[in-house]
Design a protein around this ligand. Structure first.
Ligand code: BJW
Ligand code: ZN
Length: 254
């Protein structure tokens, strides 16, 4: 279902130009053009893999080796991927728009690699490994070859210096997001004039609540997605197409 009111691209560009504060929130779709698989949809990860077997604390407790194998495989894909035009446009908007904030559900770090100076990561970062027992030990695996920590070369499951298992520093289903990060994202949504919702199925909470929060506080909500989502009927504008192309076109009108 297309929204009743079709808003042209140049109208959205005007909203962006006139906004005192713009927030972009991104999902897996923005990295699809970099070759990073999304979760849902025809080629999504959940078509081949079960979320319950891989992205929950219970899955890690039952099969930590399998969970690590899956994350190492994804790290290998991401390490070969390059940021695309969508990431680059958002990086440029950090300086060219009046006040611009970026909130992502993605764990791939491609926004940072594209040059975005500040990225609020709701679901963590796949390149960090942390103690599963919560002793506070965190390892940055981003520079090690294929993203494998030096300490776990021969082991399926890396072990912390406290003896517990290490896990990817991401947020699994049923786990609380960092409250400081969520509060900051909610505050940004409350205060922005335009919220861009880019490449997300808008299904996973609390990220999926941000458009509603922004809308209730008077912001224009603009969806950028190749497909219909539960947000589409409620968005003030829907820009259908691949995020790289749509964002580049939008930038050319600013
Ligand atoms: C393009 C494109 C192109 C493609 N251009 N577009 C019922 C109601 C409300 C909530 C719940 C509920 N039942 C359970 C919950 C809670 C649950 C939840 O929301 N579940 C829903 C699925 C119903 N949420 C949680 O559990 C969260 N925690 C929580 O609520 O804690 C409460 C708590 C409080 C106190 C104590 C304890 C608990 C945590 C959610 C964590 C999500 N984790 C994952 C994995 C992260 C790590 C990893 O990467 O491995 O996050 S799941 C996965 O989904 C990942 C993503 O960030 C997230 C969102 O996915 P995203 O980005 O939207 O991707 P896709 O694939 O879904 O969509 C891609 C989109 O792009 C599509 O629309 C395409 O069309 C589009 N696209 N190419 C533009 N070129
Ligand atoms: Zn530890």
């Amino acid at each position: 279902m297309e929204p009743a009111l079709s808003v042209p691209l140049n109208q959205v560009a005007t909203w962006l130009r006139e906004a005192a504060s713009v927030v972009a929130t991104t999902g897996a779709g923005i990295s699809a053009e970099s070759g990073v698989p999304t979760f849902r949809g025809a080629d999504g990860l959940w078509r081949t893999f079960s979320a319950a077997d891989l992205a929950t604390p219970g899955a890690f407790a039952r099969q930590p080796g399998l969970v690590w194998e899956w994350y190492r495989w994804r790290r290998a894909i991401i390490s070969r991927a390059q940021p695309n035009e969508g990431h680059r446009v958002l990086a440029r908007w950090a300086t060219s728009l009046r006040r611009f904030s970026l909130v992502t559900q993605n764990v791939d770090g491609l926004h940072q690699r594209a040059g975005s100076p500040e990225v609020l990561e709701l679901h963590g970062n796949i390149w960090r490994t942390r103690c599963a027992a919560g002793c506070g030990h965190v390892v940055d695996d981003s520079r090690s070859e294929a993203g494998i920590a030096a300490t776990d070369e021969d082991q399926q499951v890396p072990v912390c210096r406290c003896g517990a298992r290490m896990r990817p520093d991401v947020v699994w289903f049923g786990e609380a997001l960092d409250p400081a990060v969520v509060n900051r994202a909610m505050a940004l949504a409350e205060r922005c004039d335009v919220l861009l919702v880019i490449g997300t199925s808008a299904l996973v909470y609390p990220a999926a609540a941000l458009p509603d929060v922004a809308s209730r506080h008077g912001a224009r909500v603009v969806e950028v997605n190749v497909d219909e989502t539960p947000l589409s009927p409620f968005a003030d504008a829907v820009l259908r197409g691949p995020s790289g192309t749509v964002l580049r076109e939008l930038e050319s009108l600013l």
